[in-house]
Write a protein that binds this ligand. Structure first.
Ligand SMILES: C[S@@+](CC[C@H](N)C(=O)[O-])C[C@H]1O[C@@H](n2cnc3c(N)ncnc32)[C@H](O)[C@@H]1O
Length: 184
């Protein structure tokens, strides 16, 4: 099962039912998830994208520009745990979707990875500004890499309170896991 694809299928279906959704890509990397959110947001939709790496932000901006969708996206070279400081307050209480694709940026420095404390802080920030009537969040975690197991365990424990749907290869403890949940 391709879990990146699975997250997109589920979120695309959810976003279809929302007029002008507001979304967050908490780890924009090469921009593929930001592009996906922008493509599924309509003209009046909004996507806020975050990454701590300058190269990631540049790649994302380029990809969105190539697809003529930059006008509905704001990209921040900032850590996602500070997302409330970057997203305009008029969007507080209006966030419908958020994607967290954890780990490192493919084909780059594998030492720059998401960390359990900041990932959970960012999830908490999303909880504070989510649209409590209509939201869906995806978190894709990778227990197989150095640091990944600790993050996976911490995130899983934190997310249990949302009774998430979990997609993973049950027969393989190192398999990536996709958590899908609603904030109430
Ligand atoms: C697996 S990649 C994301 C892939 C991306 N969603 C895509 O579609 O290409 C994880 C990203 O998280 C970023 N990252 C790590 N810590 C972060 C933090 N505290 N805040 C925001 N981004 C972070 C890394 O720089 C990396 O680009």
């Amino acid at each position: 099962m391709n879990l990146t694809q699975k997250a997109k299928e589920i979120l695309a279906d959810f976003l279809k039912g929302i007029e002008s959704p507001a979304s967050i890509d908490a780890t924009c990397g090469n921009g593929f998830d930001t592009l996906f959110l922008a493509q599924n947001s309509g003209k009046a939709g909004k996507v806020f994208a975050f990454d701590i790496q300058k190269a990631a932000v540049e790649n994302t901006r380029e990809l969105l520009q190539e697809n003529s969708l930059l006008d509905r996206v704001e990209i921040f070279n900032a850590p996602h745990e500070f997302l409330k400081e970057k997203i305009p307050q008029e969007y507080f209480g209006k966030i419908n979707a958020a994607m967290f694709n954890l780990g490192w940026l493919p084909k780059s420095d594998k030492k720059i990875i998401t960390k359990p404390e900041s990932t959970i802080a960012a999830i908490k920030a999303v909880e504070e500004i989510a649209n409590k009537r209509k939201n869906l969040i995806s978190v894709l975690a990778y227990p197989a890499h150095g640091g990944g197991r600790r993050e996976f365990e911490a995130v899983k424990e934190y997310l249990l309170k949302f009774s998430p749907k979990i997609f993973a290869d049950e027969s393989n403890a190192a398999s990536p896991a996709l958590f899908i949940f609603e904030i109430r």
